[in-house]
Design a protein around this ligand. Structure first.
Ligand code: HEM
Length: 216
């Protein structure tokens, strides 16, 4: 495990303000993305009478934020908003916000995710700066890469594990394959809530505020 400095207050002094140049394996994810026409994402979700399989249209915006320090720890990241609808519909089917973070010193990747079911998670993984595949995991009951749910979900849809695998393709598209494991009240078998999609870019990212200032 990486050894952080004993001095937990002093911040690095030579921080490059250009987040897009320092995102390591997250760089290919920067921008605005959608699922291609006719090639929808797929959601397997829990319903009373068994798994429901639903096609979806995804729109994800991932924009660079200014470098973030925790004392000596330096993180570069993307703030994201994912909005999902059923094909041809307007009503929100799934909404998710958070940050994807890259820690150059350790090779760690973090995803902080929040969904409006009164649920948050912090998933952690590791990758090389030029990796085109990486996987992050969050688990119920840990204080580090944990999952926190409100009382209803904790009672009825206990979320015990979350895993997301990202694959960046040679043509610039990228895919995610995520599985959220739910222990559903009254059911003996753990439910695999699975979501997959491949995304194409519809707009380039906007450089972060301090990169824009440095460039001006
Ligand atoms: C593309 C991503 C996702 C989509 C499209 C999606 C969609 C859905 C849908 C349609 C349901 C059933 C809703 C209902 O009948 O009320 C559901 C249930 C649930 N989802 Fe997701 N979900 C996604 C990702 C996630 C993630 C990342 C988590 C948590 C880490 C999560 C946690 C849950 C939980 C706890 C439930 C059970 C609550 C319930 O069914 O009322 N989902 N999801």
């Amino acid at each position: 495990m990486h050894k952080y400095p004993d001095d937990i207050f002093t911040e690095p002094s030579d921080i490059d303000p250009d987040t897009l140049a320092n995102l390591g394996p997250l760089r290919p994810l920067a921008g605005v993305w959608t699922t291609e026409k006719q090639i929808h994402g797929t959601d397997v979700n829990p319903k009373a009478d068994g798994p429901d399989v639903q096609a979806f249209v995804d729109r994800v915006e991932l924009q660079p934020i200014d470098p973030q320090t925790n004392g000596p720890q330096l993180l570069y990241g993307l703030r994201y908003h994912q909005h999902i609808v059923k094909p041809g519909e307007v009503e929100t089917y799934h909404d998710q916000i958070g940050y994807w973070l890259w820690e150059p010193a350790t090779g760690a990747i973090y995803q902080t995710l929040a969904i409006p079911r009164a649920q948050v998670a912090l998933a952690i993984g590791e990758a090389k700066p030029d990796a085109t595949e990486f996987e992050l995991v969050a688990k119920r009951g840990t204080t580090m890469n944990g999952i926190a749910s409100g009382p209803f979900l904790e009672e009825a849809f206990k979320t015990i594990h979350y895993r997301i695998k990202v694959t960046v393709h040679p043509d610039g598209r990228w895919s995610y394959d995520e599985t959220t494991l739910l222990d559903i009240k009254g059911q003996t078998k753990t439910f695999e809530h699975r979501d997959t999609a491949t995304l194409v870019k519809i707009a380039e990212p906007t450089p972060n505020p301090s990169a824009r200032k440095a460039a001006a």
